[in-house]
Design a protein around this ligand. Structure first.
Ligand code: GLY
Length: 345
């Protein structure tokens, strides 16, 4: 079992290990005086892990109530949020109680946003059960729901009291969901760690899962500590995301998964970087080989011009320029302001 301390405005520990769901009650008891816990989860994870988590929480003396909603991105909306608020109010959750998010990114983002807003803010704990949530969305305090105009457009920064990553939960992930998380894992290697990239390229990730997850979490920790509110360095975490988000939007969020879209996005931006002489061909070849190794796509059947049209609607632009994250070589990245018209040269 390993611990990574995150020194943000509200500091907290991330605990990473195998079969630690059984210990979640003890871990949570150390960080809260709450007597009641509202466990929030999706229907798939509920069947797999709720019982274990509830038993552990009860053993540690918590009174537990449970809110379950349908699995999937479509649930990350005001309707589910309102149902959750009603549930918390009906069950007389007070400001000294605590929410626990058990599941992937949708559960973590929605529960986090409820915890940021219900009663003007109550505590919450993240127990991520997907690779993507363990290495990325559960860490750093970004919480949100989707609205018809776009993904994550209503949200708040709210750091959890603790994050508990039980890597045993990844054994029940479908292969495509594991690959989805690998998209973000490769991103961390490209932006910050040549060493991690070597592990991903030369070893079997599944034999080195705890180490790989800890490396990703530690990269995110450093970046979030330097820029908790996403004004500068944290934008590096968006490597591959500008084109990735465009792909997801064009496909109405029913095509490539987030990690797969980011995978293609990393390839497109690296090709652009080569064109602008910011990166060399060898880096691109190694990136593509690594993505293919984890069954991630390296291209998509959407005309480049259409992708660019969607990118320029991105939050990261001003009148004539767009801020893009470029990986200049494996393990190194920088933010570059690029004239929008040069994207189509
Ligand atoms: N997922 C990107 C971030 O937390 O900033």
């Amino acid at each position: 079992m390993q611990k990574i301390h995150v020194n943000t405005s509200n500091p907290y520990d991330i605990t990473i290990g195998s079969s630690i769901l059984e210990d979640c009650g003890d871990i949570i008891k150390k960080v809260t005086k709450a007597s009641k816990i509202a466990l929030v989860t999706g229907d798939t994870v509920d069947l797999l892990y709720s019982e274990k988590v509830i038993n552990s929480l009860k053993k540690s003396g918590f009174n537990v109530i449970k809110f379950v909603f349908p699995n999937g991105e479509a649930s990350k909306c005001f309707k589910t949020l309102n149902n959750l608020y009603d549930f918390l109010a009906t069950n007389e959750i007070t400001r000294s109680d605590c929410l626990v998010a058990l599941g992937g990114g949708v559960v973590g983002d929605l529960t986090g946003y409820a915890s940021a807003t219900f009663l003007r803010g109550i505590d919450f704990v993240q127990i991520p059960t997907t690779l993507l949530a363990q290495v990325d969305s559960s860490i750093g305090g970004k919480t949100a729901i989707d609205i018809p105009a776009g993904k994550n457009l209503v949200g708040a920064f709210k750091q959890p009291l603790a994050v508990i990553c039980d890597i045993s939960t990844l054994s029940t992930l479908k292969p495509e969901n594991f690959s989805d998380g690998m998209g973000e894992v490769v991103k961390y290697a490209m932006i910050r760690s040549y060493e991690l990239f070597k592990i991903l390229s030369e070893k079997n990730v599944k034999d080195n899962l705890e180490d790989v997850i800890c490396r990703c979490i530690d990269i995110k920790r450093q970046i979030v500590e330097n820029d908790e509110f996403d004004k500068g360095e944290r934008m590096l975490l968006n490597f591959g995301h500008t084109f990735g988000h465009a792909i997801e939007k064009i496909q109405n969020f029913t095509g490539l998964s987030h990690g797969s879209a980011v995978s293609v996005g990393m390839c497109i931006i690296t090709e652009l970087a080569i064109k602008h002489e910011l990166c060399n061909e060898d880096t691109y070849v190694k990136l593509k080989d690594c993505l293919k190794k984890y069954n991630l796509p390296i291209s998509v059947d959407i005309p480049y011009e259409e992708l660019v049209k969607h990118c320029v609607n991105d939050k990261k632009r001003d009148a004539d320029n767009i801020n893009l994250v470029i990986s200049t070589e494996i393990g190194k990245s920088e933010l570059r302001k690029i004239p929008i018209k040069s994207l189509l040269d």
